[in-house]
Design a binder for this molecule. Structure first.
Ligand code: ADP
Ligand code: ZN
Length: 208
């Protein structure tokens, strides 16, 4: 099984959900830039203060901040690693390539209409970062995380307006990574539609 996996795919394509399942089933460690940034914002760190305005606008946080944040995390990671939300630009991919070999870039393919529906109905756990969907993957008790009991919330950038900007940013800045990893023979695309478990079956086959 592959040991370093980059998750590609637009916002709402299921990177966090599928990545989480790979962690619990196969012992991967997931590094999620979105979770790290939200943590930095919550803690009011310098990085968090700088990142928040970009995140709320649906733009990318500047490369130097992200690469700086990821460098030490990647250096500290050993074993099976999943990168969720990094790289998101060619410059970030080049920086990653200097630090570690990527075994596979798993591209979750989902159409825009479905993405908007998923993201605006998404609810997140501020404590353990679990994600839910009000219809497709609702928590057992309304508004409460199944895993840790914390109160769920809607991310500031999960509004319809910001989602459209995030999709535009994805197309301009991140989509070129599909060709980038394809050129290196690392790309595998999985159609990210169906139930969470159906998609997970395809994901498991893809990373064998
Ligand atoms: P999603 O994949 O649903 O858009 P994330 O939680 O991965 O959400 O990211 C949320 C926001 O954090 C992004 O819209 C962006 O502003 C910022 N961000 C996350 N990862 C990166 C990255 N690698 N480079 C630049 N900005 C990033
Ligand atoms: Zn939780």
């Amino acid at each position: 099984m592959k040991s370093t996996i980059v998750l590609l795919g637009p916002p709402g394509s299921g990177k966090g959900t599928q990545g989480e399942k790979l962690c619990s089933e196969f012992g991967y460690v997931k590094l999620s830039t979105g979770d790290m940034l939200r943590e930095a914002v919550k803690n009011g760190t310098e990085l968090g203060k700088k990142a928040k305005e970009y995140m709320d606008a649906g733009a990318l946080v500047p490369n130097d901040l992200i690469i700086g944040m990821m460098k030490e995390k990647i250096a500290a990671a050993d074993g099976k690693v999943i990168l969720d939300g990094f790289p998101r630009t060619i410059e970030q991919a080049d920086a990653l390539g200097e630090q570690m070999d990527v075994d596979i870039a798993l591209n979750l393919d989902v159409d825009d209409g479905e993405l908007v529906k998923r993201i605006t109905m998404r609810r997140s756990c501020p404590s353990c970062n679990a994600v839910y969907h009000l219809l497709y993957n609702a928590p057992k008790n309304e508004g409460v995380c199944d895993k840790c009991g914390a109160k769920l919330y809607q991310r500031d950038d999960d509004t319809e307006e910001t989602v459209l900007n995030r999709l535009k940013t994805y197309r301009e800045k991140t989509m070129p990574l599909i060709g980038y990893y394809e050129g290196k023979g690392k790309l595998v695309t999985v159609e990210g539609v169906g139930s969470i478990d159906e998609i997970f079956e395809k994901v498991k086959k893809a990373i064998q």
